[in-house]
Design a protein around this ligand. Structure first.
Ligand code: PMP
Length: 407
């Protein structure tokens, strides 16, 4: 068993040394965005100090150096997710961009009789683009319901699938609850009716290593800022034949083969979907972030985060009036979504912040889940491998204090 050296890991994250409101920062908002290690920050600095040039079109050496670094990062991403080809990895601005790219493409593919399924526990970025798509095509959006346990109703899912189902959209891990969804089964069942599946991997990527070929998933999306990389960069994986079939999302430079005023022909993959100058340093740093995580090891990360989650769950349950939403810890990632009866999550979050503890409060961009539980929102503490049991102790103490101040 691999044991993490947490003291050493914490030294990699300069921000963990700072104070907030005069207290040491306890950062439990990792599901919203993760912190950035020196190795990734250095990579961005190195880009601007030593490699900065536009990519893919310059004949000069610096442009070649930048291009090589960018394409090396694409290869790192390909290897990490085990895609067959590097050109199946589209570097985007993040999950939201990736999903919109696919949704836009299907506007010219779907027909009014087609149905698309989306789960009840999606982030708004995996709901709204499909609603916009349905408005364009007249297709029907149907919802895979969830159960009170915070899991998807798989029986209802099976009943919803039919010959008209063309697309299924589910997150690998729910950002609001942490539920790990049974995506293998979801994908297999969808393929049984010839539907394609997009898995939103934004919340899974920090905790699990997805193998897109083993999963046989059609599309998979990730945001680098949730996996210790920079904001504004991410990935769309798509099977080659599907990406070839979809029309481009944006027009512009870099995505063309030939342009005249009569007609433009598009570049091949991945450039067809990468119009304009991309976030070059961000793409390179995305690769560095994956290298950083792989150096630590995903099994060790998952095991330690589970330890933190189990500990936090046990400790928080000792506080009366706490209600936890979602599954038992063994079926989710390191997310604790809860409320204290009689208190508004926002008030709890505000008091915790005064004590240096950063948690998320509200609907977590997943309003349908809150509607399901009939609550205005939750307090969400989400843990990363740089967090410690001592920080959880501080959090529990602060929570008790907040409760006594507010109740
Ligand atoms: N899906 C899920 C499950 C998420 O957690 C998030 C980020 N909160 C997104 C999509 C959107 O990602 P981004 O804002 O990086 O585009």
């Amino acid at each position: 068993e691999q044991i993490l050296d947490i003291d050493k890991i914490r030294k990699d994250f300069p921000i963990l040394r700072r104070e907030i409101n005069g207290k040491p920062l306890v950062y439990f908002d990792n599901a919203a965005t993760s912190q950035t290690p020196t190795q990734v920050i250095d990579c961005i600095v190195d880009y601007y100090e030593n490699k900065n040039a536009n990519i893919h079109r310059g004949v000069h050496s610096l442009s070649q150096i930048a291009t090589d670094a960018y394409e090396a990062a694409r290869e790192t991403v390909r290897k990490h997710f085990n895609a067959e080809f590097a050109h199946e990895i589209i570097l985007t601005a993040g999950t939201t961009h990736s999903i919109n790219l696919v949704a836009n493409g299907y506007a010219s593919v779907l027909k009014p009789e087609d149905e698309i399924l989306v789960s009840a526990m999606e982030h708004h970025s995996n709901i709204v683009p499909w609603q916009m798509l349905c408005q364009k095509t007249g297709s029907q959006l149907k919802v895979i319901p969830m159960l009170h346990t915070g899991e998807l109703d798989m029986e209802a899912y099976k009943e919803l699938l039919n010959a008209n189902t063309k697309l299924v959209f589910v997150n690998h891990v729910s950002n609001a609850l942490g539920t790990i969804n049974p995506i293998e089964q979801i994908i297999n069942l969808a393929h049984g009716v010839d539907a394609k599946v997009l898995i939103d991997g934004a919340q899974a990527a920090p905790h699990l290593k997805a193998d897109v070929q083993a999963l046989d998933v059609d599309y998979y999306t990730v945001s680098a800022h949730k996996i210790y990389g920079p904001t504004g960069v991410g990935m769309l994986y798509g099977k080659e034949e599907l990406l070839n079939m979809l029309p481009p999302y944006q027009g512009g430079g870099e995505m063309i083969s030939e342009v005249t005023f009569e007609k433009t022909t598009y570049a091949g993959l991945p450039h067809k979907f990468e119009a304009g100058t991309p976030n070059i340093s961000g793409g390179i740093a995305f690769g560095a972030a994956l290298d950083y995580m792989n150096d630590i090891g995903f099994e060790a990360i998952a095991a330690y985060e589970m330890e933190l989650l189990n500990y936090a769950t046990t400790e928080i349950q000792k506080i009366e009036e706490v209600e936890i939403y979602g599954t038992s810890p063994d079926k989710k990632t390191a997310v604790l979504s809860f409320n204290i009866q009689g208190l508004h999550p926002y008030d709890i979050g505000t008091l915790l912040d005064k004590m240096g503890i950063a948690v998320r409060t509200g609907h977590h961009c997943a309003q349908p889940i809150m509607e399901f539980y009939k609550i205005p929102g939750t307090v969400r503490a989400s843990f990363s491998f740089y967090n410690t049991k001592e920080e959880i102790d501080s959090f529990i103490t602060a929570l008790k204090k907040a409760k006594s101040m507010l109740l």
